[in-house]
Design a protein around this ligand. Structure first.
Ligand code: BGC
Length: 251
């Protein structure tokens, strides 16, 4: 199978986005194509949207998909901010059936991390890197010598007795209607806990909030250096394509 070009797709809370990625240099070969996430976002409804994206690009090659929950060998195991009907669905199979293409589905933070480590802010960094995606939830992934352990799910550690992402995600900032400064304080608490558990050398902030990095990164007090992700909006798509390339080679 040719893996120079892969269709990367990112399933998000508000939109499902895709583009064809050149896996040699991580550049998008097409414009991003975005379709609003259907409501309710059931597996079948999202599969139809993915099919529309595939048809839009007239695509019949390999596909990588980033999904906002735990994915074990193509099977969804959690759905923190999605319809619970995703749990235990074999998404590699479901999306392959609707698109007639070879599909690899991975956790969205794992995908974003793979993109950033290969082509973005973490490129060439060999130490321990923690990447946190800040959006509807808190996605986490850690790398050492460029290798990751999948599905870390550290966005759900307890902070003040509650799920951390309900306190320190971008959605929590909006829901609680707090200033960036107040939110930065919450996020700082979260990062300090993560530092005590993982001792990263470098922390990369991705997800929607990475576009607003100047509003909170200068306020953070951490041991490790904190930098924004550099692939921004495209990290999920590029990373999903890179994850597909990686898993295609293992098959
Ligand atoms: C999910 C993670 C996901 C993150 C970002 C969390 O709620 O549990 O799997 O990576 O949101 O979408």
């Amino acid at each position: 199978m040719k893996l120079k070009q892969i269709l990367g797709i990112d399933i998000g809370g508000s939109g499902v986005k895709g583009a064809i990625v050149d896996t040699k240099n991580g550049k998008l070969l097409t414009e991003r194509y975005r379709i609003p996430t259907p409501q309710p976002a059931t597996p079948d409804a999202v599969a139809e949207v993915i099919k529309k994206i595939v048809n839009h690009f007239d695509w019949d090659g390999p596909i990588g998909v980033g999904y906002p929950g735990v994915i074990q060998h193509g099977i969804a195991r959690t759905a923190a901010n999605l319809d619970k009907s995703w749990i235990d669905k074999d998404l590699n199979k479901l999306f392959a059936k609707t698109t007639k293409c070879k599909v690899h589905v991975v956790n969205d933070a794992d995908a974003a991390g793979m993109g950033e480590m290969k082509f973005g802010s973490g490129k060439g960094f060999k130490g321990v890197v923690l990447l946190v995606t800040v959006g509807t939830g808190l996605g986490t992934v850690a790398f050492t010598s460029g290798k990751l352990v999948p599905n870390m799910e550290m966005g759900h550690i307890l902070l003040h007795g509650n799920d951390a992402e309900k306190y320190a995600s971008d959605a929590a900032r909006k829901a609680d209607n707090i200033s960036w400064t107040e939110w930065a304080g919450r996020f700082n608490e979260y990062l300090n806990r993560m530092e005590d558990l993982l001792w990263p050398d470098l922390i990369i902030i991705g997800g929607g909030a990475s576009k607003k990095d100047e509003k909170f990164i200068p306020l953070l007090k951490t041991r490790a250096t904190v930098i924004p992700a550099s692939l921004l909006n495209e990290a999920g798509i590029i990373g999903a394509a890179m994850a597909s390339k990686y898993y295609n080679k293992l098959d």
